[in-house]
Design a binder for this molecule. Structure first.
Ligand SMILES: [Zn+2]
Ligand SMILES: [Zn+2]
Length: 225
């Protein structure tokens, strides 16, 4: 009998040992999957102070490892002159998801947060009709603060629209909030109806971001825990 108990104890320790030391086994049984590591990707010339502020804010909010990636030029394929010379945010995300970019970055990084000083834009559609929002001249190429792909691993944040005569402190607050908001989208969060929540839709106004508490509400938090 004692031998049998000893055998079972050994077996339990053996299985626990395998689960503990083998990442593959851990992910199969659904415990402790690969850690989330965010790579901050400067596109073009981005001041170090902005990169550092974003790294610290994302690390603090989500408790993930956040690393800085080597600067790269903005992708030419995203450049547009539809209304103004600027870069299409959705094309930047497509470029970041592309094999060429993905295979060049370290495998361990599973979220890319790209930062740029350039103006970025998207086309805004009417949710009911599926057509370009009215007035079309304005919404076919509409300037935005940031864009994140839900569960898509990539997002982009632009500082272009954030510094209109405000102090460096407010500018940085805006930048870091938008960065954390876009990472929230990448983690699967959609816009939240709670006005003070960081995942509330900015609704085309920087004031929404200024008024936010900068925190994720408890309902949103539950969804990503
Ligand atoms: Zn959003
Ligand atoms: Zn929320």
């Amino acid at each position: 009998m004692k031998k049998l108990i000893a055998f079972f104890l050994f077996l339990i320790l053996f299985v626990v040992g395998i689960l503990y030391f083998s990442p593959a086994a851990r992910s199969v049984v659904g415990i402790d999957p690969a850690p989330t590591i965010v790579g901050v990707q400067p596109l073009g010339d981005v001041p170090d102070s902005e990169i550092v502020a974003v790294i610290n804010a994302v690390r603090e909010m989500y408790d993930y490892q956040v690393v800085e990636l080597k600067r790269q030029d903005l992708p030419e394929m995203a450049y547009t002159e539809i209304r103004y010379p600027r870069y299409r945010a959705d094309s930047i995300l497509t470029w970041l998801c592309d094999e060429a970019y993905q295979s060049a970055k370290p495998d361990s990084i599973n979220i890319i947060l790209s930062l740029t000083k350039a103006d970025i834009s998207i086309t805004k559609y009417n949710k009911e009709t599926g057509e370009i929002k009215d007035p079309e001249w304005k919404y076919k190429d509409f300037g935005i603060f940031g864009l994140g792909r839900i569960h898509g691993g990539v997002c982009v944040v632009s500082s272009h629209r954030l510094a209109n005569g405000v102090s460096q402190k407010i500018f940085q607050k805006r930048l870091t909030r938008i960065a954390c908001h876009e990472v929230g989208h990448v983690l699967g969060l959609r816009h939240c109806p709670v006005q003070q929540c960081l995942m509330n839709d900015a609704n085309e106004s920087i004031r929404t971001i200024d008024k936010s508490t900068g925190e994720i509400c408890s309902a949103c938090k539950k969804k990503i825990d």
